[in-house]
Design a protein around this ligand. Sequence first.
Ligand code: PHE
Length: 503
Amino acid sequence: MSMAVELNNPEKRILRVMQSDSNRDWTVSELCGMTEFEDQAIIVGAGQGLVEQELVKGTEVRKSYWKLGKEGEKANSQGLLEIKLWGWVLSSEDTSMDSLQSVSIVEKHEIGIGVGLLKSLGVSLVNGCFVAPENKEGINSILNERREFLKKIGSSEEGVIETDLDMELLNHFKNRKGLLVSLEDIIRTWVITNKGKEINPKHLEEKTMIADITPELLQGDSWKNAEFKPYDVSLKSATPLTGKPHPMQSLIERIRSIFLEMGFTEIDGNYVQTAGWNMDALFIPQDHPAREMQDTFYLSKPESIPIDDERLDQWKAIHEHGGDTGSIGWGGEFSKDVAKRGLLRTHTTVNTIKYISENPNKPCRVFGIGRVFRNESIDRTHLPEFHQIEGIIMEPGANLPMLVTTLKTFYEKMGYPEVRVRPAYFPYTEPSLEVEVKWRGQWLELGGAGIFRPEVTEPLGCSSPVLAWGMGLERLAMLVLGLDDIRQLYISDLEWLKSQPVL
Ligand code: PHE
């Protein structure tokens, strides 16, 4: 017949044994002996494989065995309760209940059960005394059978198979507490099928199966006629605990590759900046509450960082009266000392504004992912250090729909196709937007965006519209990793880190 079957070595060996005597069934231990496999599990596994290919038929018979329980062992060594009582009835002058309670042939708590057993044998209680019936021999032989039954069970270490026992006696003892315990065993047997008989013995020759490919193996010739053990890719395996990037690092890499793919160039900048570039260049008024100590980390060293006087004059003009931009500015007096103060950047918008000041008329698409600092108290959704994803598009004709489409495209590539924008306010953009992403049925605010105001771009000599945005990276990480506490990202919880997917 054709070999539509795939057999491994144990299956082949078992089938050969079965073909040699094809009319009988085989137990596991018989097959162990014939095949010389020592491990019964090999036989059971191979038997199962042969059954699946319909080369053998398997039968499982459940067998019950009986062993003595605690009470059974006691009965064997000290005598069965009813036998002791029956002996006492036959040999005592005074067979009253009172007398039974005073002699010590049985324990007190056994008396109730014992009396019941005597009565069921035919002993009666007359005026408080036990009276044996006429047919004493009948009782003797019943009790003898009971004793022999327990002796038989007690004689076997592994128990006596149920079919070798007298059912009536077994039922009797099954109903008595603690005398017997039962054990179950499954007896497996296999018999070869016609399909199995027809397999050509040539196909049952065992082949060396190679599971490990080693350099030593490849140096010799033995592999040439050998078969290679196929991999079972459906098997469960342990996840190796190897090193991997921190989830935040992986996420940053993913964001980076999305912006690069969308044609953006990456820029970077320093943590230490001046209030001038971080705020004044962005037309944030000098009395803006966000500039106060409680929001911004100002530096004591250096307390002040020099800025070009020309630049300072420009900002002064813009802030006080709008300079040449047609704006009326914020009014009041602009302080150059305030502008020169050193701080830790509070947003990465400082990177993009500096980039524009250096490349005012070169159309560009740039982005940056960087750490920012704000004097926030730590809670479930706030950290004093976090990251922003910042970007700009500067080119003639750049417009609001372009900005919205760009942000939508970015979030879609991140796996969040539902994005909406709402009107917002920032001192440096007009119009200004808030960007929201739908997550588990809720709209979550992830960042701000807008088109830079003329007060920001004109003094830098930039004539094209600049579309700008800044988004929180940790907020996005919470969505991607399904967190409800932002702190989880940075507490270095090894268990959590181990369980994180490779993003
Ligand atoms: N800088 C803003 C923030 O920190 C975000 C923003 C960037 C808004 C660019 C508009 C334009 O939230």
